[in-house]
Design a protein around this ligand. Structure first.
Ligand code: ATP
Ligand code: MG
Length: 326
């Protein structure tokens, strides 16, 4: 069984894109795939952040993932900072990564351009991500285009470490999430829906109230003519609504287009489908959030299990690279 790993950075609010592109696939595949799910709280520290917000969101993300159906009995489910081996391996991997290699990362350049004070951790973040991946002998990392280069870096580092110091790490590969999985912003449908979007109007948050979800869908930007057709290049707004409807109801976007004559009908059907998909998750979230003891217990158990696996991997890497066992 291949091992697959997905991380969620608590730097904004989880949204429908995260659900369709990452959370729903985890839940549908967790019985047949060896799954690692983690909240990458250390990654949230690489940009300007409010400490109390990161802490609050870490617990909220874990709760939402459990509410959506992530099963900690079958997945390895953890908070990154609860398992100190992530940062321990990070350092060892820094010693196997070139400065130029880290500096070439496109995301670093893009994010650094938007910051007044660029943190050192923004530069080394892909090496921490490599540690996240290599620590658990991950085979597959489902990622969008924006993260592909980072998984390539993890591959290169793993291969170099193995070649220089002896076989230590499984060499991971990036895999594509389901094709229909790229959900776009409702107000700016050529940009992907994202936690870091400037405005919340185009982002369907998983914990938005039903009437808020409905309003956002009804106000989504559509396209100039009045034809309901699936054509992402020519009609990005309408195609995005069709993709969302398809993802929430299990249909085919192009086929669904034939059912609607007007944008208004498509919007109401999409709003209904989004509300129907997210309402049970929100309800379960509110139940779990009422007494967070359960979530905390799950996280403690996850950290213990992860620590056991990761501890062995770090010992192996330390010995290989030349450190004296204590
Ligand atoms: P950020 O803007 O901070 O990068 P994000 O919304 O892209 O936030 P991530 O934490 O980077 O969220 O990604 C978590 C998971 O959700 C990843 O597996 C990513 O591929 C997936 N994902 C993110 N946005 C979308 C989207 N719009 N459609 C489909 N999948 C998405
Ligand atoms: Mg992202």
């Amino acid at each position: 069984m291949p091992r697959r790993l997905t991380g969620f950075t608590p730097s904004g609010d989880l949204h429908l894109g995260n659900y369709i592109g990452a959370i729903a696939p985890i839940i549908s595949q967790q019985a047949t795939t060896d799954t690692v799910v983690f909240i990458s709280d250390l990654h949230a520290l690489t940009l300007d952040h409010v400490p109390a917000e990161v802490r609050r969101r870490t617990l909220e993300f874990a709760t939402v993932l459990l509410a959506a159906g992530a099963d900690p009995q079958v997945c390895l489910f953890l908070v990154q900072s609860h398992v100190p081996e992530h940062t321990e391996l990070h350092y060892l991997l820094e010693c196997a990564t070139g400065y130029g290699e880290a500096h070439r990362m496109i995301q670093f350049k893009e994010k650094a351009d938007r910051q007044q004070h660029v943190r050192m951790s923004l530069l080394t973040y892909p090496i921490l991500m490599a540690a996240d991946i290599l620590l658990y002998d991950t085979d597959e990392v489902p990622v969008g285009e924006d993260q592909r280069q980072h998984v390539e870096l993890a591959r290169d580092v793993a291969q170099r470490f193995n070649a220089n110091y002896g076989p230590t790490f499984t060499v991971p590969r990036a895999v594509n999430p389901p094709i229909a999985a790229r959900i776009m912003d409702l107000t700016s449908p050529t940009d992907k829906m994202s936690k870091s979007a400037a405005s919340a109007a185009g982002t369907l948050r998983l914990l938005d109230e039903p009437q808020v979800l409905r309003r956002k869908v009804m106000r989504a930007v559509t396209d100039g003519d009045n034809e309901v057709a699936f054509d992402p290049a020519r009609k990005p707004g309408v195609s995005n609504l069709l993709s969302i409807l398809a993802a929430c109801t299990g249909g085919e976007p192009a086929r669904l287009a034939g059912r609607f004559d007007r944008y208004g009908e498509l919007k109401s059907a999409t709003a209904d489908a989004v509300v129907a998909t997210l309402t049970p998750i929100r309800a379960r979230y509110l139940e779990l959030a009422a007494d967070l003891q359960h979530v905390r217990t799950v996280l403690r158990a996850g950290a213990d299990r992860a620590h056991e696996l990761a501890g062995k991997k770090v010992e192996q890497a330390k010995a290989a690279i030349g450190l004296l066992p204590s």
